[in-house]
Design a protein around this ligand. Structure first.
Ligand code: GLU
Length: 480
C-alpha cells in the first residue's frame, strides 16, 4: 500500500486562523497516526491580498503549535515548487490539454456583461450561472480577438446531466448535479489559475492521497471532481471537517474573541493546550479523558471519530485545558516558561532579589493560580504591591486585641529557612495567645497585604523574606 500523503494549503492573505489551524492539525494527526507525510504549500494566487509575511507568520504559527511537515515550504521536496505562483508553467500544460480536448474554452465576457447576466437571472428568479455565451466562438473568432489584444479568461465546460458523487470520509455520500453548476473559470484573464483548478493539479502531482479540509470547501468539490475526470486523473479521498461555531452557535468570527492562533500565543496559552483543544474541536477520543498530550492524540486519532456536526469554540473549555496543562508541567519547564513574564512585569526588581528557593516557591504558587501565563502580571500584584488597607482590613486591624497579636508576631518570627517553619511558628503563636487560628491569620493577612483574601500567608512571607515581612507589620501598626 502506498504511503498516505496529506496537505495543508493555506492562502497567505492573513494570519493563521483557528479554523485553519484546526485543518492543519487534523492533517498532521492523520499523517502521524498513519506514518504518512504532510505537505505544506501556499495557495498564493490572490496576488493582491497574498503577502510573504503572512506565509511566514502562518508557518511560524504551525511550528509553535507543534506541527512539523515532511515536504513543502521551508523544507523542500521533489514535487515543488510549493507556491502556486511559482507553478504557472505546470498549470499551463494542463490548461492546454483541456483546451485541446475541447473541455475548456476562451471567454471574452467582461465583468459588466457578466454582472448584467447575473442580474437578469436574479430578476427572473433563476440561480445565476454563466450562460455559456463564449462556448460557441469559432477558433477564428478567438484568434482575431486575441490578436486585437483582448485578454480572455479560460472556462471549464461543465458536462450537462451528470451527477458527481463524493464518498466523503466524514460526511458520507454527497451528490452534486452538474446542471446546477455553470462553466467556471479555471484561468483568469491575467493568466493566473483559479483555486478549483490549481488545487487539483497540485494534489495530483504531489501524490496527495487524502484531502482533509474545512466543510466550506465541500461546495467546491464537484468542480474539482470535474477537473479530475476531464484530465483522467485519479481522485484522492476527501474528508470535509465541520465548521467551527462561536458559543452563540454562529459562525466563528472576530465577535467571538481572538481568531488567530498567534493571538492565543500572545495571551499566554501553551501550545500543547491549544493542540489539545483544537484536536477536540470536531474529534473525540474513545475514553472520557480530555487532557491529552500530542503523542496520545496522535495515537488515538482517526477520521472515523471526526464528528459531522459543527464544533463549538468554548473559551471556558480552552481555559480549563490550559490550566490542566500548566498543572501537569514539570517544575523547571514551567519556570522557564514563566521567567519572561516575571522579568517583564512591573515587579521585575522584586523578582531579581529572590533567591532560588523563593523563586521556585513563587513558580509553584503561581502554577495553581493562573489560567494563562499573562495572568502572572496581575498575580504579582498580590505578592509584591505594598498594602493599601481596604475598609474591611482596617476594621480587622482596629479591633480589640489585634495589636498584641502583631507585636507577638514581630517578637517571635524566626529566621526561617522553609515555609514549614513559618506555619509552625504561626501555629505555636496561636496556641500561646489562646486564640482561634482565624483570629491570628486574619489580622496578619490584613496587616501584611491590606486585604482579607490572597495567596497563602506562609508562602507570601517566605517569598518576601523576614525583613520585608517585619517591615510590613511595623507599618501596619500605625493603623491599629
Ligand atoms: N487555500 C484554501 C484555504 O485556505 C485551501 C483549500 C483546500 O484545502 O483545498 O481554505
Amino acid at each position: 500500500m502506498n504511503k498516505f500523503k496529506v496537505r495543508f494549503a493555506p492562502s497567505p492573505t492573513g494570519p493563521l486562523h483557528i479554523g485553519g489551524a484546526r485543518s492543519a492539525l487534523f492533517n498532521y494527526l492523520f499523517a502521524r497516526h498513519n506514518n504518512g507525510d504532510l505537505v505544506i504549500r501556499s495557495e498564493d494566487t490572490d496576488l493582491e491580498r497574498s503577502r510573504r509575511e503572512y506565509e511566514e507568520e502562518i508557518l511560524e504559527s504551525l511550528k509553535w503549535l507543534g506541527i512539523n511537515w515532511n515536504e513543502g515550504l521551508q523544507v523542500g521536496g521533489e514535487d515543488g515548487p510549493y507556491r502556486q505562483t511559482e507553478r504557472l508553467d505546470i498549470y499551463a500544460e494542463y490548461t492546454n490539454r483541456l483546451l485541446e480536448s475541447g473541455q475548456a474554452y476562451y471567454c471574452f465576457c467582461s465583468e459588466a456583461e457578466l454582472e448584467e447576466e447575473r442580474q437578469e437571472a436574479m430578476n427572473s428568479g433563476e440561480m445565476p450561472r454563466y450562460s455559456g455565451r463564449c462556448r460557441h466562438l469559432t477558433p477564428e473568432e478567438v484568434e482575431t480577438r486575441r490578436a486585437q489584444g483582448e485578454k480572455p479568461a479560460i472556462r471549464f465546460k461543465v458536462p450537462s446531466n451528470r451527477i458527481y458523487v463524493v464518498d466523503d470520509l466524514v460526511r458520507g455520500r454527497v451528490s452534486f448535479d452538474s446542471n446546477n453548476i455553470g462553466d467556471f473559470i479555471i484561468v483568469k484573464s491575467d493568466g493566473i489559475p483559479t483555486y478549483n483548478f490549481a488545487v487539483v493539479i497540485d494534489d495530483v502531482l504531489m501524490g496527495i492521497s487524502h484531502v482533509i479540509r474545512a466543510e466550506e470547501h465541500l461546495s467546491n468539490t464537484p468542480r474539482q471532481l470535474m477537473i479530475y475526470d476531464a484530465l483522467n486523473l485519479k481522485r484522492p479521498e476527501f474528508a470535509h471537517i465541520s465548521l467551527i461555531l462561536g458559543s452563540d452557535r454562529q459562525k466563528m468570527s472576530k465577535r467571538h474573541g481572538a481568531t488567530s492562533l498567534i493571538q492565543y500565543r500572545e495571551m499566554g496559552y501553551l501550545p500543547e493546550a491549544l493542540f489539545n483543544f483544537l484536536a477536540l474541536l470536531g474529534w473525540s477520543p474513545e475514553g472520557e479523558e480530555q487532557i491529552l498530550s500530542p503523542e496520545e492524540i496522535i495515537s488515538a486519532f482517526t477520521l472515523e471519530r471526526v464528528a459531522k456536526n459543527p464544533a463549538v469554540f468554548d473559551l471556558d473549555k480552552l481555559n480549563w485545558i490550559n490550566q490542566q496543562h500548566i498543572k501537569q508541567k514539570d517544575h523547571e519547564e514551567l519556570k522557564s516558561l514563566m521567567l519572561p513574564y516575571l522579568q517583564q512585569s512591573g515587579y521585575s526588581k522584586n523578582i531579581a532579589k529572590l533567591n532560588k528557593t523563593q523563586l521556585d516557591l513563587l513558580v509553584e504558587v503561581l502554577r495553581d493560580r493562573i489560567v494563562c501565563l499573562t495572568d502572572i502580571a496581575k498575580e504579582l500584584e498580590e505578592f509584591f504591591a505594598l498594602p493599601q488597607y481596604e475598609a474591611d482590613s482596617l476594621e480587622v486591624l482596629q479591633a480589640d486585641g489585634v495589636k498584641p497579636v502583631l507585636e507577638a508576631f514581630i517578637t517571635g518570627l524566626p529566621d526561617f529557612q522553609e515555609t514549614a517553619e513559618i506555619k509552625d511558628f504561626i501555629k505555636t503563636l496561636t496556641k500561646s495567645l489562646k486564640l482561634k487560628p482565624k483570629n491570628v491569620f486574619m489580622p496578619l493577612r490584613c496587616a501584611l497585604t491590606g486585604k482579607s483574601h490572597g495567596p497563602d500567608l506562609p508562602y507570601l512571607i517566605f517569598i518576601w523574606g523576614r525583613e520585608e515581612t517585619l517591615r510590613r507589620i511595623q507599618e501596619s501598626l500605625k493603623t491599629c
